[in-house]
Design a protein around this ligand. Structure first.
Ligand code: PGA
Length: 248
């Protein structure tokens, strides 16, 4: 049985003061501990997250990192810095990183390898654009992102994959539960081809793209969807509570 995993992605929202308020609010909630949950936050909020959440069941992590240990990489944060603040997750290859910051599969692969080497859980994002879907290329695109993203990685199931169709991110449009499930099933099949059945059964695949309290139950009822990577709805404690408590 795969443990569902619900992770907020704040993106470039909430400075330290607002972060502290929201995390303190979330900490007081009665959240279902048969679900794994947490927040990926702007790096400037990581120390606040540590201060508020260390020792609780609420995990936290970063939205990006560089793959090198340290050095002359102005503006970047390293995996060693993330382990120092006891981060659990790091989002790698979010479509916004791919699109606006020109991250390619090769760089993303290096980051996934580096995160694993440091004991972090990478959340590797994959997904197609609207044009690619309309041209029936979603499987081709996602296959390339998965195959290249996992190159050289031995233990696939230490990675969480987030399937995020780009046209559903922040747009209010959700993929239908059937379409999301069939893409997550396709990704699981790719992992089976690369790593065998056991890894494919263990690896957790999230759906991301306008997941919210009103659609979480339907999406997570699907066989191949093991959780969510949540942008907008992770910015409000009451929404996050309903997402984590989707079984109730
Ligand atoms: P959204 O973002 O929930 O606001 O659509 C999801 C994501 O980009 O991870």
């Amino acid at each position: 049985m795969r443990k569902p995993v619900i992770v907020g992605n704040w993106k470039m929202n909430l400075g330290p003061k607002e972060a502290k308020n929201l995390l303190t609010e979330v900490k007081a909630l009665d959240l279902d501990n048969s679900v794994e949950y947490g927040f990926c936050v702007p790096s400037i909020d990581l120390l606040v997250a540590k201060e508020v959440l260390e020792g609780t069941n609420i995990n936290y992590g970063a939205e990006n990192m560089y793959f090198e240990e340290s050095g002359a990489f102005t503006g970047e944060i390293s995996p060693a810095m993330l382990t120092e603040v006891k981060a659990t997750y790091v989002i790698i290859g979010h479509s916004e990183r791919r699109q606006y910051f020109k991250e390619d599969n090769e760089l993303i692969n290096k980051k996934v390898i580096s995160a694993l080497e440091h004991g972090l859980t990478p959340i590797l994002c994959v997904g197609e654009t609207l044009e690619e879907r309309e041209a029936n290329k979603e499987e081709e695109v996602v296959k390339e992102e998965v195959v290249k993203g996992f190159e050289g990685i031995k233990e696939a199931d230490k990675v969480i994959i987030a399937y995020e169709p780009i046209w559903a991110i922040g747009t209010g449009k959700t993929a239908s539960a059937e379409d999301a499930d069939s893409m997550c099933a396709y990704i699981r099949k790719l992992i089976e081809e690369l790593y065998g059945k056991e890894s494919a059964e263990k690896i957790r695949i999230q759906y991301g793209g306008s997941m919210k309290p009103s659609n979480v139950k339907e999406l997570l009822a699907k066989e191949n969807i093991d959780g969510g990577l949540i942008g907008g709805a992770s910015l409000k404690a009451s929404d996050f509570e309903q997402l984590v408590n989707f079984k109730k």
